[in-house]
Design a protein. Structure first.
Length: 312
């Protein structure tokens, strides 16, 4: 069973308008509001594929209740830790022929007492699950090694952990003795981790980069290359994943959908190539939807068959 962790969830609001007028009134006729945050996108995709998933993290105030209510309406199980502060809003304005302007609140500042209580709450939760995804940035008030602490707690209960974060949270987790089972950096994040540029078209250069000591102990490294697919290391084996050209409606959330595919396939014990095909297919399906963190399950097999996984 899969548990998704979103430490800083939000109400995601999408405002489609023909033209964004600066320093003027912009009227919006259609507003789409969803329970948002990277981990909740993962949850939604897994649920849409008919798989069992539970969402957790921290929520608070009226916005927190709205987030839980939205998940309940779409039959996504959830078990959140309650805080006194208000959860956040995230606003995306879709305008001027495909442009997207985002207004993202920082969210609550987590008190030390709540950080400590959440760890106990989380450890009890892990007893019920076999795989855990942890997604997104940490809210203010949590230390950069907070994910590292959660990974240790999950490991003590033999839970696999798929970590999708960046910056200090990611580098801190990789410097710990207990590593996540999977990380999913993009090109820029990978170069920041190893502090050097990489020729992404050169398989040998890619292999060398993923052999850096910082990655020791990480079973899966899935490097997202956008429209070019992915380059992957699984233990000592390497793969390039190629995806078909498609008409993209909204690429936001595709990384979360990819993580959902990885989580489902790994938890089911699928083969290496099937894990990667499912992951890339889910990312593709998300780009074809106007809403973030959504997929159409009826299109799955068609695009799954177009994904190519090649050992290198």
């Amino acid at each position: 069973m899969i548990l998704t962790v979103t430490m800083n969830p939000s109400i995601d609001m999408f405002y489609p308008i023909e033209h964004l007028k600066i320093d003027d009134v912009n009227r919006v006729s259609n507003v789409d509001k969803t329970a948002g945050g990277k981990g909740l996108n993962v949850s939604r995709v897994i649920a849409l594929m008919g798989k069992s998933v539970t969402a957790t993290g921290m929520v608070g105030g009226h916005f927190g209740e709205y987030i839980k209510d939205q998940l309940t309406k779409v039959n996504i199980r959830h078990n959140f830790f309650q805080i006194d502060q208000e959860s956040r809003n995230s606003i995306a304005i879709l305008h001027d022929g495909g442009n997207q302007t985002e207004l993202l609140e920082n969210g609550p500042t987590i008190l030390p007492v709540d950080a400590k209580k959440f760890k106990s709450f989380f450890e009890q939760l892990t007893e019920k699950f076999t795989l855990i995804t942890m997604s997104g940035s940490l809210p203010k008030g949590l230390s950069i090694d907070f994910y590292t602490d959660l990974i240790k707690l999950a490991g003590s209960h033999q839970c696999k952990v798929l970590l999708d974060t960046s910056g200090d949270s990611l580098s801190g987790a990789l410097q710990s003795a207990i590593k996540p089972d999977l990380i999913k950096p993009n090109e820029e994040e990978l170069e920041m981790l190893i502090k050097q540029k990489i020729d992404m078209t050169n398989d040998n250069a890619f292999k060398k980069a993923l052999q850096e000591p910082i990655f020791n102990g990480v079973e899966w490294i899935v490097v997202s290359l956008g429209a070019k697919g992915a380059f992957v290391r699984h233990n000592s084996r390497y793969y390039r994943v190629q995806i078909p050209k498609i008409s993209v409606k909204n690429p936001v959330g595709s990384g979360d959908a990819t993580l959902a595919g990885l989580a489902m396939a790994i938890d089911e014990g699928a083969s290496e190539k099937e894990i990667l095909k499912m992951a890339m297919t889910m990312g593709l399906l998300n780009t074809m939807e106007s809403r973030t963190g959504f997929v159409d399950p009826t299109q799955y097999q068609k695009y799954h068959d177009l994904v190519r996984v090649t050992g290198v």
